[in-house]
Design a protein. Structure first.
Length: 255
């Protein structure tokens, strides 16, 4: 089975960390998350893991949901970790690999957040095995990932493969487009892994946020415009919603 090529992840996100503006999801995105957690009666408290924390922007927004929450962020990019640690209010980031089983002790976390990180792993086996180990019994996991059925997302992957074939894998990485590791796993794949690793009360939701790719670049602008148009004219949310939000709870009494 294909393994994650670490050097590409480090190179991409070390370079992205140098950008002044990074991770600019709108307020509506976080309001949607807050509303969904409230609907499923998930109260955030205790110690949380932000898997693939990047600049820590997501975690800092989540901290606004609850004063009872503290977050430890993990990212493979040391430059992203430096950015994340500029915000020290109940937040700490460390450099590490989510496929490393010794990153944390068993039953450390009350909540695990996976915001747009799991699609960077061609194989989810080691990551979910570690989540199962690190999570306390009765803890929650919140997964936010690209909708694999989204039309524009699927077309973007085809273009990425084309560029990789013609110009090489390093081309898309060096220009900050993506890494060769990326794959939009299906919702059923995430649900299957959750069940396999003793998670229950699995709830699947989907939504739409305007892409945060700057319209000042020709490639990014084209994708943003096309995504907006498709979302407006195609009456099938399953094909135009661009993210899924999955919540689940680890069973009590399981290791």
């Amino acid at each position: 089975m294909k393994k994650q090529i670490k050097k590409y992840e480090i190179k991409l996100f070390d370079n992205l960390a140098k950008k002044e503006v990074y991770e600019t999801a709108p307020k509506s995105f976080y309001l949607y998350i807050k509303k969904t957690l409230r609907k499923h009666e998930i109260h955030l408290k205790g110690r949380a893991l932000e898997a693939g924390c990047g600049s820590g922007t997501f975690g800092q927004q989540i901290l606004k949901f609850s004063q009872e929450l503290k977050i430890i962020g993990v990212d493979i990019s040391s430059q992203m970790v430096k950015r994340a640690n500029k915000n020290k209010n109940r937040y700490k980031a460390i450099c590490g690999d989510l496929e490393s089983k010794n990153l944390f002790m068993a039953k450390t976390f009350d909540v695990i957040f996976c915001a747009l990180v799991l699609h960077h792993f061609p194989s989810l086996n080691l990551v979910f095995k570690n989540f199962q180990k690190w999570a306390k019994n009765g803890s929650y996991i919140i997964i936010i990932e690209p909708n694999s059925k989204n039309i524009i997302g699927s077309l973007s992957k085809i273009f990425r493969y084309f560029f990789e074939l013609i110009f090489g894998q390093n081309f898309v990485v060096s220009r900050g487009y993506a890494t060769p590791n990326e794959i939009d796993h299906s919702t059923s794949t995430y649900v299957s892994f959750l069940k396999k690793h003793h998670y229950q009360n699995i709830k699947v939701n989907s939504g739409y946020i305007r892409p945060d790719i700057p319209i000042t670049t020709s490639l990014g602008g084209m994708r943003t415009i096309i995504t907006e148009v498709f979302h407006l004219i195609i009456p099938f949310p399953a094909l135009t919603n661009n993210f899924v939000l999955i919540t689940a709870q680890k069973s009590n009494g399981k290791k």
